[in-house]
Design a protein around this ligand. Structure first.
Ligand code: B12
Ligand code: SF4
Length: 472
């Protein structure tokens, strides 16, 4: 790759169709690699953008300022992508638009045909964006020649070299370019999973990938089924810099399975412990329940961890087996108790309405969840996200939801015996029963005080009063 020195501007846009928000880590990583090569990048995150930055972007499109425009989107944001690409084309039909992220990676051909983007990036974009920039600068349109990029030719034929892509090593993870955003702009928005203890939070990722194969999850296919790791020293240094530069006091480690490689996770924490930073941290996603030891537990305390999450998903053994979730139900309570004995608060994630569920299995999950030594729960309703094996299965049978905005909370998997209304009401019952325990209610009140009332009002509105549901 020839380094470029000429400054050229690339706009990177993020849209979040969610009730919780987090800075666009993926775009910040692309900004790191592009700026290293001499390009200039502008990030427009519509979750926090002021109208002036949005107008500046449209003005840039009009003035043909951008070499190309990159967009990141998860499935619920796909209808929005179509609208924006249409508007960009109306103003400047020539600027290439590249779409990346989990949805486009799972359905590259469909995304190209539906959304009118010029190309789609499959998987991590750290290498592909550098080649794409060169292709655009040279006026080449055969983007499919780049590893990890799919595109249509002039005749509308789809091209993606899947063999080259799967035999190519995954791009190495990099540190996000934090200088491109102000973390304080995100702090008034509800954070991921609502609970936080300090006013200034930053998400951090240390690994990508997961070796398990839960069939409702898009991660193994998208991020890989082996882990790729960042350098633990760089992760700790990134956190130290965020504390110094942006006043960060709390870290959310967003890895899919932070402690799967326990030795690596401990190295990250050892590096953090050496720095004695004034931070607290938690894992807003599930960590691997069965990987822990004394040293790990002690490092959690030393480094300021106050809460860990676990994806338990169901209390019905045959449902867990059917979706290939490798949780041993008899071990859950004793392991959660070990964390609690070490002063770490526990958060459990559950999914209702998975394929094959009925009233009995959902009741079993509610009973099981309420009986566990958990301080908090998060209950989702099953959604077959593109990238997951269950999406493929339901789409092949013509049973996947037809419109992408239904994917925010689709209710009920194939062969699930319950209606949307019933599932939503069982989810509310789960929350009410769980938090009617006085100790948990007290914990919840303390967390409301620490996290800010607004975050909690959002979750209450969303789970108890939202009428957005898909007829089933
Ligand atoms: C943090 C996180 C969030 C955060 C932030 C999301 C965001 N802005 O990225 C919050 C809490 C907001 C969130 C919300 C949701 N999330 Co989420 N989230 C994650 C998580 C755990 C990590 C994402 C991350 O930061 N990775 C680290 C960065 C560095 O990687 P990255 O974002 O993937 O970016 C890389 C590549 O994707 C690619 N890339 C990305 N964008 C672009 C753009 C261009 C132009 C190019 C070239 C490349 C490129 O290059 C980047 C660098 O390598 C993932 C799991 C995962 N492993 O992906 C789930 C995940 C992405 N989320 C998922 C889901 C389902 C949701 C929700 C729908 C859940 C819900 N019902 O509320 C919402 C929807 C949000 C929305 N956008 O509308 C699914 C996505 C499934 C799908 N088909 O879309 C995932 C994969 C989880 C899963 N187990 O399946 N999420
Ligand atoms: S749900 Fe968690 S454990 Fe299962 S494949 Fe996805 S990231 Fe891995």
């Amino acid at each position: 790759m020839t380094p470029r020195h000429e400054k050229e501007t690339i706009a990177l846009i993020s849209h979040t169709q969610a009730k919780t928000f987090s800075p666009p880590l993926g775009l910040l990583c692309l900004s790191t690699v592009l700026e290293r090569q001499g390009y200039h990048t502008e990030i427009l995150d519509l979750a926090v953008a002021h109208s002036s930055s949005e107008s500046a972007f449209w003005e840039g499109v009009r003035r043909k300022k951008y070499l190309w425009i990159g967009i990141t989107a998860l499935t619920p944001s796909i209808p929005w992508v179509g609208e924006w690409v249409g508007q960009i084309r109306n103003i400047n039909p020539d600027v290439p638009v590249l779409l990346g992220g989990v949805h486009a990676s799972a359905l590259p051909e469909q995304s190209l045909r539906e959304l009118g983007v010029d190309a789609v990036c499959v998987g991590g974009g750290e290498e592909a964006v550098l080649w794409f920039s060169q292709w655009v600068a040279q006026g080449r349109r055969d983007y499919w020649e780049i590893v990890g990029i799919a595109a249509l030719d002039d005749k509308g034929a789809f091209h993606f070299n899947a063999d080259r892509y799967s035999s190519h090593p995954r791009p190495l993870p990099v540190r996000p370019n934090w200088s491109k955003i102000r973390l304080k702009d995100y702090q008034h928005l509800p954070p991921q999973q609502y609970v936080r203890r300090k006013p200034c939070v930053a998400p951090i990722y240390t690994t990508k990938g997961c070796p398990f194969r839960c069939t409702f999850c898009a991660v193994p296919r998208f991020s890989g089924s082996s882990l790729i790791h960042r350098d633990p020293v760089d992760v700790a240094q990134e956190i130290e810099d965020l504390v110094a530069d942006q006043g960060v006091e709390e870290i959310h480690i967003v890895d899919d399975n932070f402690n799967y490689d326990l030795a690596y996770a401990k190295r990250v924490l050892q590096e953090l412990a050496l720095r004695k930073l004034p931070i607290v941290w938690k894992t807003p996603n599930g960590i691997w329940l069965h990987a822990y030891d004394e040293e790990w537990l002690s490092l959690l305390k030393q480094t300021g961890c106050y809460q860990v999450g676990f994806g338990i998903e169901s209390g019905a053994p045959h449902i867990l087996r059917a979706v290939k979730k490798p949780v041993k139900l008899d071990k859950v309570a004793p392991i959660l108790q070990i964390y609690k004995n070490n002063g770490i608060s526990t958060f459990g994630y559950f999914i209702l309405g998975m394929p094959g569920e009925d009233r009995h299995t959902v009741a079993q999950t509610i009973r099981f969840g309420c009986g566990l030594p958990l301080d908090h729960i998060h209950v989702s309703l099953f959604t077959p996200y593109p990238g997951s094996p269950l999406y493929d299965q339901m789409a092949a049978a013509g049973n996947a939801p037809k419109s992408w905005d239904q994917y925010y909370h689709y209710l009920g998997g194939e062969g699930c015996d319950l209606t949307a209304r019933e599932l939503r009401s069982m989810m509310r019952r789960f929350y009410v029963r769980f938090y009617s325990n006085p100790r948990r209610a007290l914990n919840l009140l303390q967390d409301i005080r620490r996290s800010g009332v607004r975050s909690f009002l959002t979750i209450v509105q969303h789970y108890f009063f939202s009428r957005k549901e898909t007829p089933h």
